[in-house]
Design a protein around this ligand. Sequence first.
Ligand code: AMP
Ligand code: ZN
Length: 436
Amino acid sequence: MDIPFWNKEIETAERSRLEQIQLERLKVTVGWALKTALYRKRLNQAGINSPDDIKSLGDLRRIPFTTKDDLRVSFPKGHLAVDMVDVLRIHSSSGTTGIPTVIYYSREDVDNWTDLLARSIVGAGGTRADVFQNMMTYGFFTGGLGLHYGAERVGMTVIPISGGNTKRQIQTMRDFRSTVLHVTPSYLLHIHSKLGDEGVCLEDLALRKAFIGAEPHSENTRRKLQDLLRIEAFNSYGLSELNGPGVAFECVCRKDMHVWEDGYIAEIIDPKTGEVLKDGQEGELVLTNIVRRATPILRYRTRDLAFLHPQGCDCGRTHRRLSRILGRTDDMLIINGVNVFPSQIEEKIMKIPEVATNYLIHVDKKGALDRLTVKVEIYPKLFLGEVSKLESLKHKIVEELRASITISPAVELHEPGSLPVSEGKAKRVVDERPKD
Ligand code: AMP
Ligand code: ZN
């Protein structure tokens, strides 16, 4: 097999060389982190007062973990390490209680991130001859702009179509003969199911690859997509706190994702004890970004469960491979690629005076797509009033939720006492999506 590289020297560097790079960059990153309100105190408490206090990679373990909550508490700038004038871009993701997590990028940060994405794309066999249709949402979400910059750096023809509007996606795939897609697996399945409606068959298209990410999916889903669309599908992993996509990406071997270890230090920990586990053992992924200046983040608990492969890859890259994401340690739901915390929903609906105390979050599939339904009990007198009042209440709840979680759920109004009440700990989320 022909193995493509973006930067062969670094992608195949000896482990000892990689670790030397990691140590150098970790020291620099700690220096930047010491400039932030978030880290200064906690690093000092750990006895780290200057970059020189980091003498080996083992010293990383002296640094306490960072959580999404820490970033929320430091909103908006407690974790910013440069002057605003040096910030080139801001991205943001949902917070558990409505306060978003903000990430700042300097010019150098965008450049480094772009380089990791170019490397990811080329590693998966993308070339400047490809027409790249980027179906991930542009905006605060990192998926759209991240890959956009990476694809441009590779020299691909980029179609910045963003998410949604299936009809236009299909027409665009046909009209411009798109060869590579960036898309969530569920949306790609949905698109496939709609090809017939647009009178389009596979022969009208020039698809050859898809980069699929932003949500969990199984090997079976990958195979299904590959068979249905006659393409190769590559898993892509990232999270906004650590730049966005480009943390780990599959190479042409398609046997799990290389973590770019010159850009990130990956650890797998026991989520209960915090103990660092060995390669091959499943646990929570913890990431440290070692090339980001504006928002250095140390030992970030991703809440994603995975393992690192102990063996190398047939492609010759020395950067370790991360398994697909096997689950989460928290209750975050991923609905068509969008992160939703049940607490965000609760916060909003409990503020609405007409809503009584019981509610249920229901998730299932409608065709290939996830469907979120929020069922709420409302006070009985409301059911005696006009139907139009109920309709406008429903509308109000949808709007409130959309403002918080960015997607529109279906809302059902129920009479008090009609939703199940659990004895003991309330079970507020029913997720009936097939696990395949
Ligand atoms: P965000 O910060 O909005 O980009 O969301 C990041 C989260 O999306 C991660 O922590 C994962 O839970 C999930 N995610 C991203 N990529 C993948 C992937 N390839 N497979 C499974 N989950 C993913
Ligand atoms: Zn490989």
